[in-house]
Design a protein around this ligand. Structure first.
Ligand code: ADP
Ligand code: MG
Length: 259
């Protein structure tokens, strides 16, 4: 069983300290919700785990099964089993959803130990259709350019489709619920539930607890001012829904403004 460990992490961007001593361990099969007010560093955490070059780690480590991944580029981290569903997915004109996904699968296969042959077109079509069925997506999406002209909800659903196809060991979902109406949240969550199983650890980053009505978290963490200040069960999320974040601000103080 694999585990992803974030150890005493400090991250800054443009000399501004955003993450300030964050600790978290996620094992395969576990669902962890990270909740927190806007601007608290949730997306920064997600990008840092994936190896975005703009985020500078000044202290601490990120490890998979005890091995630091800090020296790995984003594509290597992806092959190591990490996946990030973006809060703001980008469009790629000229690349269809199907081509994009097939390329991603083949990149994985070519780098496998030992290397595997490319997936056949037939096998790929079957796989894509089964995952699209899971997410109640129209097959026509496969032929459209990635995210081009997609609605907010369609973009998020496409992110989860990627996750379903790649079956990462650790999936990070950055506010996948934002921009989705309640029916879409339910469908996307059911898709996540169907793919997660014992082999996938999931980090669900969210501002609102409603997605957690569908994706049941094993652990809920509150991130505030660059670190995790509270950890608990699902009750913690319900408490946030009822009382908002004001009590967190009162308990831990207003975030320091660093420039
Ligand atoms: P959250 O996802 O919790 O809303 P973010 O991680 O997006 O928070 O942002 C945390 C802080 O880092 C904010 O103050 C934001 O303005 C700042 N920040 C994030 N990304 C950048 C960036 N690329 N350049 C400058 N500041 C950034
Ligand atoms: Mg964010």
């Amino acid at each position: 069983m694999s585990e992803l460990t974030i150890k005493d992490l400090y991250v800054s961007i443009e000399d501004k300290q955003i993450i300030k001593g964050l600790n978290l361990t996620i094992r395969q099969g576990e669902v962890h919700a990270i909740m927190g007010p806007n601007g608290t560093g949730k997306s920064t955490l997600a990008y840092t785990i994936m190896g975005h070059p703009s985020y500078e780690i000044t202290e601490g480590d990120i490890l998979i099964d005890g091995q630091s991944i800090l020296g790995m580029k984003p594509d290597e981290r992806s092959r190591a089993g990490l996946f990030l569903a973006f809060q703001y997915p980008v469009s790629i004109s000229g690349v269809t959803v199907a081509n994009f996904l097939r390329t991603a699968i083949n990149a994985r296969r070519r780098h496998a130990e030992p290397p595997q042959e490319d997936i056949s077109i037939l096998e790929f079509r079957k796989l894509l259709k089964s995952k699209m069925d899971l997410l109640e997506m129209d097959y026509a999406f496969g032929g459209r350019y990635l995210n081009e002209g997609f609605s907010g909800g369609e973009k998020k659903r496409t992110e989860v489709l990627q996750m379903a196809v790649l079956e990462p060991a650790f999936a990070i979902m950055d506010e996948t619920d934002s921009g989705l109406d309640i029916d879409a949240i339910r469908i996307v969550s059911e898709g996540v539930n169907a793919i997660k199983g014992p082999k996938m650890g999931v980090m669900v980053i969210t501002h609102y607890q409603r997605i957690l009505n569908y994706i049941q978290p094993d652990f809920v963490h509150i991130m505030y001012n660059g670190k995790i200040v509270e950890s608990g069960s699902r009750d913690l999320a319900l408490q946030l829904e009822e009382n908002g974040y004001d009590w967190v601000r009162e308990k831990y103080g207003e975030p320091e403004l660093v420039n």
